[in-house]
Ligand binder design. Structure first.
Ligand SMILES: *[C@@H]1O[C@H](CO)[C@@H](O)[C@H](O)[C@H]1NC(C)=O
Ligand SMILES: *[C@@H]1O[C@H](CO)[C@@H](O)[C@H](O)[C@H]1NC(C)=O
Ligand SMILES: *[C@@H]1O[C@H](CO)[C@@H](O)[C@H](O)[C@H]1NC(C)=O
Ligand SMILES: *[C@@H]1O[C@H](CO)[C@@H](O)[C@H](O)[C@H]1NC(C)=O
Ligand SMILES: *[C@@H]1O[C@H](CO)[C@@H](O)[C@H](O)[C@H]1NC(C)=O
Length: 526
């Protein structure tokens, strides 16, 4: 894969149509010369002039949508997609990159800069797919898409990466001062030098992680913490749903000399975490049963293992690998995360104590596709992936386009009330007395549990319901699971359900079967 590296000239053009304003800034042109990027033009970014209403006017907005801040792809030529893959506040600007579905599948996508007065400038054209962003703290540069932007707005490009799809950028395990990892959606993992602007492919993760040939690799996230690089691929097709193949991956690598370890073989879309607050790494994915949140406490050696929690799905329209786009966990209010998964927003604490997470609550349900979100000048900014022709498979769309939504974090409470469904078992060979994973219970109004066997049963099968009310989920010996009650099914009554009383709530719920049985247990929260 690395052999097919194509060198393109990173030509940065001024977009004259995207702002409707004439105050566009000069942009930089770079070309490759003996492997070095050479700046031809060096522009200072515009000085923020917020507050001087006589020099400019705020663009027109409706309900938080600024139509002038829209990313579009061309209607002519191939038509695929135009999502907003990454948003990064930097240098008094908001940088944004849009994406096609695959390289060469259209024109018009680019890297944009939105200034303090909400004027947008397209600073580079590209014809690929980018959803990566990170700050490289050692050199005070951000990396967004194939570009590196320094603290005063100077832009350089990894020409080598202009023809690849990039899912994520992560800190380097051994040379963090100058290098980062770049993860390609289709499996290549590079290390890139952010000074020299060169990349070397280290792995083809399709091979390393043994992704079956009939499954489409679809890498989505990477994060370095606690001495490991964790990567996620959200492959999930019909084979995964029926259980004949397992294409998704969550995997980790501890650096040169070590082998990759596959942690999960189902779809994973996001991995993140902060180095403080207990050094918890979060990974977010799903299987046919429910949404999955995995938690790794990196600080306390007694807890060096991944914990698994299950959460409801807020929608059935996220299960295919293509349908999820880029659900993310981001810090948009200080020292707390906003998490977006399967149509539900959650507040999540970065805190991890005693081997677990402490605090996860649903905020709202939504329809918006949000490949990235961030904070900028007091706003919560949601990216989008709105209308896409996808090679004219969607014949009622002529032009792929996505916009931004600007609001405040607490507006999210006024989106849909949290609702969802999901299970702890689905056609699962359950072992007697082995508790299920914890399933989220807090923050939902009406709750019902459905349990039924996927095999013929002769005797009564008793399934006990246990709850955790503090959030400890059994991680503190003195706060163990509480017995709530049980449901029972048998040959005469091969289906049991339980309606939790109005007003009843707990943080987590789990089930324990008294007998071996293949069965399904689903919670519906309405
Ligand atoms: C505000 O804008 C006007 C018109 O461009 C300019 O003449 C004036 O100097 C500006 N004032 C400040 C404080 O920047
Ligand atoms: C994109 O634009 C380039 C040059 O402007 C053109 O050669 C190419 O045919 C276009 N591609 C598509 C898919 O429209
Ligand atoms: C950023 O890059 C530009 C263009 O190369 C350069 O002129 C400027 O000095 C750089 N700024 C910093 C802080 O390195
Ligand atoms: C369950 O019993 C029915 C009726 O005896 C039978 O037709 C069916 O094949 C059995 N199912 C399984 C999974 O054993
Ligand atoms: C089967 O389950 C029902 C409902 O829980 C219960 O009333 C009954 O006693 C159980 N046993 C048999 C043999 O039906």
């Amino acid at each position: 894969m690395a052999a097919s590296v194509v060198f393109l000239v990173g030509l940065f053009v001024i977009c004259t149509t995207c702002t409707g304003q004439a105050n566009l800034q000069p942009v930089m042109h770079f070309h490759m010369k003996d492997g070095q990027n050479e700046a031809v033009t060096v522009p200072p970014p515009p000085t923020p002039s917020a507050g001087n209403s006589s020099s400019h006017s705020m663009p027109f907005a409706v309900n938080g949508i600024f139509p002038a801040l829209t990313a579009t792809a061309d209607s002519g030529g191939k038509r695929s997609e135009c999502g907003i893959g990454a948003l990064m506040p930097w240098n008094d600007h908001l940088y944004m990159v849009s994406y096609l579905s695959v390289p060469d599948a259209g024109n018009g996508t680019g890297l944009y800069r939105i200034d303090s007065s909400f004027q947008m400038t397209k600073i580079a054209d590209h014809r690929s797919t980018y959803a990566n962003r990170i700050i490289h703290k050692e050199t005070s540069q951000i990396i967004i898409g194939a570009w590196v932007i320094n603290s005063t707005g100077g832009v350089r490009v990894f020409d080598q990466l202009l023809t690849y799809r990039l899912a994520a950028t992560a800190e380097h395990l051994t040379k963090p001062e100058t290098m980062v990892y770049m993860l390609g959606m289709d499996g290549p993992l590079w290390e890139c030098d952010v000074i020299q602007m060169t990349c070397t492919q280290l792995f083809d993760l399709v091979k390393e992680l043994d992704i079956p040939a009939i499954e489409q690799p679809h890498f989505k996230a990477a994060h370095t913490m606690n001495g490991r690089l964790v990567v996620a691929s959200n492959t999930f097709q019909e084979e995964d749903f029926i259980g004949s193949q397992q294409g998704g991956r969550l995997a980790e690598w501890t650096g040169p000399g070590s082998q990759w370890t596959v942690l999960e073989k189902t779809a994973f879309v996001e991995v993140t975490g902060r180095r403080n607050f207990g050094s918890v790494i979060y990974a977010m994915g799903w299987d046919a049963i429910s949404v999955i949140l995995k938690v790794y406490d990196g600080r306390n050696p007694a807890y060096h293992s991944w914990q698994t929690y299950r959460l409801p799905k807020g929608s059935h329209a996220y299960d295919h690998l293509w349908q999820t786009e880029w659900p993310r966990i981001r810090e948009v209010e200080t020292e707390r995360y906003l998490m977006d998964m399967h149509g539900l927003f959650y507040e999540l604490s970065p805190l991890g104590w005693a081997g677990s997470t402490w605090g996860l609550r649903p905020v709202s349900r939504h329809l918006r596709m949000i490949p990235d979100f961030t904070s900028f000048r007091g706003f919560l900014v949601l990216g989008g992936n709105q209308v896409s022709s996808i090679f004219d498979n969607n014949v009622v769309t002529g032009q792929s386009q996505s916009g931004l939504w600007f609001g405040k974090t607490d507006d999210l409470w006024s989106f849909g009330k949290p609702q969802g469904w999901g299970g702890v078992w689905r056609r699962t060979a359950v072992k007697a007395h082995q508790p299920s994973d914890p399933f989220l219970m807090t923050g939902f109004d009406h709750k019902v549990l459905h349990v039924f066997p996927n095999q013929n049963v002769t005797d009564d099968v008793v399934v006990r319901i246990e709850v955790d009310v503090t959030g400890a989920a059994g991680h503190l010996p003195e706060e163990s699971w509480l017995p709530y009650g049980h449901v029972l099914f048998n040959t005469s009554f091969p289906y049991a359900y339980h309606v939790f009383p109005a007003g009843y709530s707990a943080h987590w719920v789990r089930l324990v079967s008294e007998a071996d049985c293949v069965m399904t247990a689903y919670f519906h929260y309405t």
